[in-house]
Design a protein around this ligand. Structure first.
Ligand SMILES: Cc1cc2nc3c(=O)[nH]c(=O)nc-3n(C[C@H](O)[C@H](O)[C@H](O)COP(=O)(O)O)c2cc1C
Length: 172
């Protein structure tokens, strides 16, 4: 274990969605370090159906920022990453596999001092496929706005553990 277990747990709890970014570009070696880490996310049968599309072209980023009203954080982010998953490779589980890779990206970015926010893609699958020239089997699972944080949001409320957790059987 590279750090104390409690430190690691505190690190996991300290991630926040970041929607305001500094204009500083993210070096390519940092992007590649993050995506290299995402390769280690779990996937059904180790199918690794994910592919990562890094978007730094301002005109393409703009198209994504306008895809729905909640995608605006991409406007001021230096970078977008679209996580796509191949439904042919992992027919039952491509969405959860892709989600696993996405949270690995968010946590790896956080470890390197970058901020991210997950932006919904699942209502705009065909639009995103068209913009990125994706075949029908490559489904956009998430887009992330990525950059150096220019805000320090307070933690969002979380449900208390006692409302979430059961031993052995669910009790309504
Ligand atoms: C599937 C999914 C879709 C989301 N879509 C958006 C979105 O479109 N725009 C946005 O600003 N945040 C989006 N979020 C971020 C959530 O709002 C955020 O994770 C949640 O409020 C908890 O805040 P935290 O990430 O700071 O803990 C999304 C998160 C997930 C997991």
């Amino acid at each position: 274990m590279p750090c104390e277990p409690d430190e690691l747990l505190d690190f996991l709890k300290s991630r926040r969605s970041i929607r305001k970014f500094k204009p500083d570009p993210v070096p390519r070696e940092v992007i590649e370090k993050i995506l290299d880490t995402a390769r280690f996310a779990p996937s059904a049968r180790n199918s690794q159906p994910w592919r990562f599309i890094v978007v730094d072209d301002p005109s393409i980023k703009e198209q994504f920022a306008n895809i729905h009203p909640w995608a605006q954080p991409l406007k001021n982010a230096p970078l977008g990453i679209v996580v796509v998953a191949d439904k042919n490779t992992s027919p039952t589980s491509y969405l959860v596999d892709g989600a696993n890779a996405t949270i690995y990206i968010q946590l790896a970015a956080h470890a390197l001092g970058l901020g991210t926010v997950w932006l919904q893609t699942l209502r705009n699958i065909e639009d995103i496929q068209r913009i990125l020239n994706l075949p029908e089997n490559l489904v956009p699972v998430a887009m992330l706005a990525v950059g150096y944080p220019d805000e320090q949001p307070k933690p969002k409320d979380r449900l208390p553990l006692e409302k979430l957790m059961y031993y052995n059987k669910y009790t309504p």
